[in-house]
Design a protein around this ligand. Structure first.
Ligand SMILES: Cc1cc2nc3c(=O)[nH]c(=O)nc-3n(C[C@H](O)[C@H](O)[C@H](O)COP(=O)(O)OP(=O)(O)OC[C@H]3O[C@@H](n4cnc5c(N)ncnc54)[C@H](O)[C@@H]3O)c2cc1C
Length: 260
């Protein structure tokens, strides 16, 4: 089974850098890492290929400055190869433009039985790219997967809901977005890290994908960030010292919030 996993490379959330005051977008000319949200999709795909007993995982990423830091992490986990789209023309690309680029890169990666993404990225957070990619490729889309099983030409997904999960099926190939935290992403081994250095990364431009430069970047963007503001600092919580009656104060607190 061949699976393509979309992996976004993002500024390290522990040190995300800054926003550009003019474009109101994140400055991306810093070291980028594998979005933790996508490590679940990589792990899920590796497990599915193991279960199938054959095939490989191919990564697809769009990132500036030919960044491969996050891709190498996913290759070290066990993915076989990657397609990286990097081009000055991509600066300012919005979610739909990103989906157009990823859809073309997925086609370039070869015939896939499944395309796996995260439900939402940790930086942009729109949660729209997977469904846009599915629409552009003309494939079924299943979102919020907590488990995936492939049975012949059918993919069976437990789709997380507020109340539990729904069993959903679709014919393959399909685009599946995976919910964070549903599997334990493996740590790359030393052998994996060394092997990742020589795994192939196909670095391509917008023109290589046959896309018009006007369809991406600022020229093609229909999304605009109109305002940015500093998030309110969290207020310090209330500390209840338990001297035998602490439970009563907690009950009163929850009753005030009308949650009990
Ligand atoms: C005004 C504006 C300017 C922007 N400027 C730039 C820029 O200069 N440079 C730039 O690189 N991006 C730029 N972006 C793109 C942005 O960072 C996102 O990649 C894009 O909007 C997708 O949205 P998201 O991250 O919210 O995706 P979501 O829909 O939340 O992502 C869901 C999943 O889709 C996949 N995915 C999403 N994006 C990528 C990706 N890039 N590569 C691989 N998989 C992906 C991942 O699996 C991800 O977890 C800009 C966006 C806007 C709105």
């Amino acid at each position: 089974m061949n699976i393509v996993v979309c992996v976004k490379q993002i500024p390290d959330p522990a040190d995300p850098g800054e926003l550009d005051p003019n474009t109101k977008t994140l400055k991306r000319d810093v070291k980028l890492i594998l979005d933790e949200s996508d490590s679940y999709g990589v792990e899920m795909a590796l497990q599915l290929v193991d279960t199938a007993g054959g095939g490989e995982v191919t990564l697809v990423s769009m990132a500036p400055n030919n960044e491969v830091g996050g891709i190498r992490t996913a290759l070290a986990m066990g993915a076989a190869k990657a397609v990286l789209v990097s081009d000055e023309a991509l600066v300012g690309t919005d979610a739909l433009g990103t989906a157009k680029v990823l859809a073309k890169a997925i086609e370039r990666a070869g015939d896939a039985d499944l395309v796996v993404t995260a439900t939402e990225s940790s930086d942009g957070y729109t949660g729209t790219v997977p469904e846009q990619v599915a629409e552009l490729l003309g494939l079924p889309s299943i979102t919020f997967a907590k488990s995936i099983e492939v049975d012949g030409a059918t993919v069976k997904v437990q789709r997380q809901t507020e109340a539990g999960y729904d069993d959903v099926e679709a014919p393959t190939p399909a685009v599946i977005s995976v919910t964070a935290g549903v599997v334990e992403p493996r740590y790359p081994s030393f052998k994996g890290i060394m092997a990742a250095k020589s795994k192939p990364v196909d670095e391509v431009t917008v023109a290589d994908l046959g896309l018009d430069a006007d369809a991406v970047g600022w020229a093609g963007a229909r999304q605009e960030i109109t305002e940015i503001a500093t998030a309110e600092a969290r207020e310090a919580g209330t500390i209840i010292e338990d001297e035998g009656e602490g439970y009563a104060q907690i009950v009163d607190f929850l009753a005030d919030l009308k949650v009990i």
